[in-house]
Write a protein that binds this ligand. Sequence first.
Ligand code: HEC
Length: 311
Amino acid sequence: MLFKIVKATALAALVTSAAVAGDYNKQAEKDREGIVKYFETKFSDPEKNKNTFFPYSTDDELKNNFIKNVKGDEFSKGGYSFSKNGRLSYDEIKEFPPTEEFVEKGEALFNKPFANGKSFKNCFPDTTVAGEYPFYDEKRSQVITLTQAINECLTSNGEKKFKTTKGKMAHLQAYIAQESTDAEKRMDIKIESKAAAEAYEKGKEYYFTQRGYLNLSCATCHIQGSGQRVRNESLSPGLGHATHFPVYRLKWAAGKADNDGLGTLERRMSGCIKDAGQVPPKNTSETMKELLYFMAYISNGLPVDGPDIRK
Ligand code: HEC
């Protein structure tokens, strides 16, 4: 199945190089629709779909631990969209979400004046924009992530950058995510030029390219592997990976003083890439930003629902 997707997209990329104006997201839209269809089919009835999608899962697991007919919006919930046990503990924790204090910290940061008297308000007049990042900046010919936009707001006002993984960066993003979630925003990533389409294609290529000594790609685990168990975890669908960050994880709440449990999407991805035995691209590198652009685009239309919690 995966190979079908890869082949089809590679072929189509060749044919659509002569896209007409306004049509630059045509290929991306095809990919997105294909991916949604793949996951909805896969998770419609895992027990019935064993031979096609879950050859390595036990009958018992397929019968008892899957929520059936997972559709559209549900994929924002990652592995909790289909895992019965996971979903139970998730719903329990969400009754008193541990992310509230981070949203408050983020709001305070947002309103705190910089030394020059301005504040984040000047850079982000609209706080409900989590679903619009990353975007392709035509003038600068590069993908701009929320992390980058926040740091550029700081440096252009004579302030020091934040770390890209946790702490203040994560708090501020938690506030923007919460504002966007409360405003019922959905992922809305645009591809409006040939250059933007190329950046998307590069992100897609990274996502589907197998590398490292284990020869794994993101897609190995999060597309055709999703639903499979690895040790104690169910592999989440790649669809919806960009909707709910930053996230709080117990694993991130230990050790150093600034490990309060909250982390950005870049932090999560780097961890994942390291776990797969590879060297992650730097968080603000073109490669990482293009990868994020692809991941966010395929989640288009899903509700923004950060900040969230994950195991
Ligand atoms: C060896 C398998 C494997 C590979 C390869 C892999 N991941 Fe993961 N990933 C995991 C596991 C296990 C988890 C934790 C359970 C889950 O949510 O899927 C995870 C979690 C994630 C999450 C958090 C999901 C959420 O709902 O918050 C993101 C985002 C993610 N991976 C992105 C990536 C990206 C991008 C790549 C490729 C650069 C990648 N992963 C490659 C195994 C993998």
